[in-house]
Design a binder for this molecule. Structure first.
Ligand code: THU
Length: 128
C-alpha cells in the first residue's frame, strides 16, 4: 500500500481529535499485514491521566476488530518537527511488534524501526 493512503487516513482522523486541554491534535493510522487500515486520534479527559494517544486508539481499534499483525504505523501532527510517540505508545507498538514507524508533520516524514524507538522492549520481563 502507498504511504500516501495511510498518511491521508491519519490526517483525516486527526481532525476528530478531542483535545480541549492541550489543543494538540494527533492522528495515527496502522496498517495490518492483510492491507487494512485502522486510524485513531487522541482523546483527552478532564482527569488528565485518562487521556489516550492517537497511536493507541488506532492499534486498539484494529485489535478489537480481530487484527494483531501489523506492517507499519503512521503518526501525524501539525508540528515544526515530526512528532515523537510517548513511551507508553512505544511499548504498545512493541507488544504487537510493529516493524516500521513513520513520524510526520506537514512537510517531513521520518522512518524508524521499533528497535530504534524502544530498544530491548521485552528483554528480561517474564524471562523473555
Ligand atoms: N499525543 C498523542 O496522541 N500522540 C503522541 O505521539 C504524542 C502526544 C497526545 C496526547 C495528548 O492528548 C496531547 O497529544 C498532548 O500530549
Amino acid at each position: 500500500m502507498e504511504d500516501s493512503h495511510l498518511m491521508h487516513s491519519a490526517w483525516q482522523t486527526r481532525a476528530n481529535a478531542h483535545a480541549p486541554y492541550s489543543q494538540f491534535q494527533v492522528g495515527a493510522a496502522v496498517e495490518t499485514c492483510d492491507g487494512k487500515v485502522f486510524s485513531g486520534c487522541n482523546v483527552e479527559n478532564l482527569s488528565f491521566g485518562l487521556t489516550i494517544c492517537a497511536e493507541r486508539v488506532a492499534i486498539f481499534s484494529a485489535v478489537a476488530a480481530g487484527h494483531r499483525d501489523f506492517s507499519r504505523i503512521v503518526v501525524v501532527a501539525d508540528t515544526d518537527q515530526p512528532i515523537s510517540p510517548c513511551g507508553a505508545c512505544r511499548q504498545v507498538m512493541a507488544e504487537f511488534s510493529i516493524p516500521e514507524v513513520i513520524l510526520a508533520n506537514r512537510h517531513q516524514q521520518l522512518r524508524f524501526t521499533l528497535e530504534e524507538l524502544l530498544p530491548r522492549a521485552s528483554t528480561g520481563i517474564l524471562n523473555r
